[in-house]
Design a protein around this ligand. Sequence first.
Ligand code: DC
Length: 222
Amino acid sequence: MIKKYIPVITIDGPTASGKGTVAQLVASKLGFHYLDSGALYRLVTLSAINNNVQLDNELELVILIKKLNYNFLGKEVYLNGVNVTTLIRNEKVSNNASKIAKFKNIRKELFKIQVKFRKFPGLVADGRDMGTTVFPDAFLKIFLTADIKQRTKRRYKQLMQKGFSVSMSDLLINLIKRDIRDKTRNLSPLKCPEQAHLLNTSKMNINQVVNQILDWYKYKKN
Ligand code: DC
């Protein structure tokens, strides 16, 4: 039987580069499935916190992943039937998610889950290593960046809208620390994949970014 090719668009980039919002909109415009890979790392982190599993205990964390009862429903994320969409975005989960992401066996387990999101008619996947490791044969690869001040402001706005109170200076420090951890880890570090379109979104609004990606997609398809 000939296996049919399922197109994937990968959108990688650092925290608060806008990739989540952009990826969801691109997926909905194309009628594609959507994978928020960062949410998986966040779900494992939250589940570990809830179950008193140490965040440096790789083996226990892997056991947790094997039992992870999660669900994505539109923009909502559920853990054991509880809506955790907002909870997984708090600073504690964010910082620890980037710490557990260094473990080989955690990445291996989550890899198995991530590749299953590739279904007809296509997939838009956002994260750190979508274009380099999880979907190296992606049809289109995008790498989003934005300057650190802009990203801190965006993150601040997001968190305030969700009702979290945070200080801009703390956020900036957390962002810098997470960038360093994500870029310097040994396994699948955050980096621009080969052949990716690099897009600096500092001075762009969401619609401009989405339209640019859709243009690249249509151009490549025709
Ligand atoms: O995209 P995000 O901010 O929700 O991701 C949270 C953390 O998860 C991020 O700091 C590092 C980790 N992550 C990863 O290592 N690989 C991915 N593909 C996605 C996220």
